[in-house]
Ligand binder design. Structure first.
Ligand SMILES: *Cc1c(COP(=O)(O)O)cnc(C)c1O
Length: 395
């Protein structure tokens, strides 16, 4: 099947959706699937559905489908909880693997929650760990033998700048550090080959490019050869080797299942399962080629028509994920004016207008139509209207 596959999604009339990097749109099959799970399985089967509808197997089934999109083998990805929790689990496990080292290396462009979770963990552990956050460009040279863990988000949420996964992982391993990749803006956006990268851990969320819906469960990957060395920091009963034996003591499962925590969110997992049908038959290399073409068109057109906007993403497509950001002093108000005209992107403080390109449902004609509206808003200084200046709670 070729791209785009717009028919798969519920896309409101008159909207050009360039925010699938933040919250993917509703897959048509998701509503029916959720209704079936709620009405027939939960409503009709009640507690029996854990067995009759195989609810307990759903986290692993969905994990295997995600594994296929990130170059990981079946059985290596656990799902559930939120990404913040998965970051904590990966980082705690990685620190346990390097008890003699005290440095966590990330970068200053990382998403705040990743750094906050690290700060909380360091404080709880009380072992004097230090978190270093050099500029993204300076990370490679900051990987020294003091470093226990390198924890990076591959694609920067603000600028779209993309780290070289293979090169940085190799550098981390050369000094004996553990590597954790956050794939929040990579899974479903760019080809990822975890197996070849040889990274120990990866984590990600599923409501962005994977279209799992608001609050969809996150995922965590542990390299198969180290999974039995992973000491779960969150020793929940569903990560136990025999949850229903109800033993008093914790014994981790002898697989990636040890990274599960508590009862899986069955309705959200079912929606995600339905959403993942969008990927059947999609070649990630084709997706990447389409994404690069869309981003290149967008950059060329915006720069030609709106010199007021400054490109805030790498110009070289090879160093960019599947989003393009422009800096503009009045970015917040301008984005509100765009949204009012059906072009939905988002704004990130202090001055970044962010546009995500998702070839599953965006095509060249959408990009050109969006550029017409951007030109109208910027050239016409439509953003000056006071109604666009008031900030909402969620930007
Ligand atoms: C979106 C995103 C998150 C969000 O974490 P949640 O726990 O799902 O709210 C975390 N980290 C990165 C890098 C992200 O892009």
């Amino acid at each position: 099947m070729t791209l785009p596959r717009k028919d798969f999604f519920e896309l409101p009339e008159g909207v050009i959706y360039l925010d699938g990097n933040s919250l993917g749109p509703l897959p048509k099959g998701a509503a029916a699937r959720a209704a079936d799970v709620i009405t027939r399985e939960w409503g009709g089967e009640l507690i029996k559905a854990w067995n009759t509808a195989d609810w307990m197997a759903l986290p692993a089934k969905v994990g295997d489908r995600i594994a296929g999109l990130i170059g990981a083998p079946a059985g290596s990805v656990a799902t559930g909880d939120t990404l913040s929790i998965k970051v904590y689990q990966a980082l705690a496990a990685a620190l346990k693997m390097r008890p003699d080292r005290r440095v966590i290396l990330s970068d200053s462009g990382n998403f705040p929650t990743d750094l906050y979770m690290a700060q909380g963990l360091v404080s709880t552990a009380g072992q004097g760990h230090e978190i270093r956050t050099p500029a993204p460009e300076a990370v490679a040279e900051a990987i020294t033998e003091e470093v226990a863990v390198v924890m990076l988000t591959q694609v920067d949420y603000r600028s779209g700048r993309m780290h070289d996964m293979a090169a940085i992982t190799a550098k981390a391993h050369a000094v004996g550090a553990v590597m954790i990749w956050d794939l929040a803006h990579s899974a479903g956006a760019v080809p990822v080959d975890l197996t070849t990268s040889n990274a120990e851990f990866a984590v990600g969320c599923t409501y962005k490019y994977l279209n799992g819906g608001p609050g969809a469960p996150a995922f965590i990957y542990a390299r198969p050869d180290i999974v039995l060395d992973v000491e779960p920091a969150l020793a929940g009963w569903l990560g136990h080797d025999a949850p229903f034996a109800m033993e008093p003591g914790y014994r981790p499962a002898m697989s990636t299942e040890r990274l599960r925590v508590g009862t899986p969110p069955i309705v959200q997992l079912s929606i995600l399962d339905a959403a993942l049908d969008a990927w059947s038959g999609v070649d990630m290399a084709d997706l990447r080629a389409a994404s690069v073409a869309l981003c290149e068109t967008f950059i060329r057109e915006v720069e030609a028509r709106c010199p007021e906007l400054t490109l805030a993403s790498p110009r070289d497509a090879a160093e960019r994920g599947s989003q393009v950001s422009f800096a503009f002093e009045q970015g917040y108000a301008a984005m509100q004016a765009l949204i009012d005209r059906g072009v939905i992107g988002d704004f990130r403080a202090p001055n970044i207008m962010r546009f995500g390109f998702t070839p599953l449902y965006i095509e060249e004609s959408d990009v050109l139509a969006a550029c017409d509206i951007i030109e109208e808003v910027i050239k016409g200084e439509v953003w000056r209207d006071p109604k666009y200046q008031t900030k909402s709670r969620v930007t």
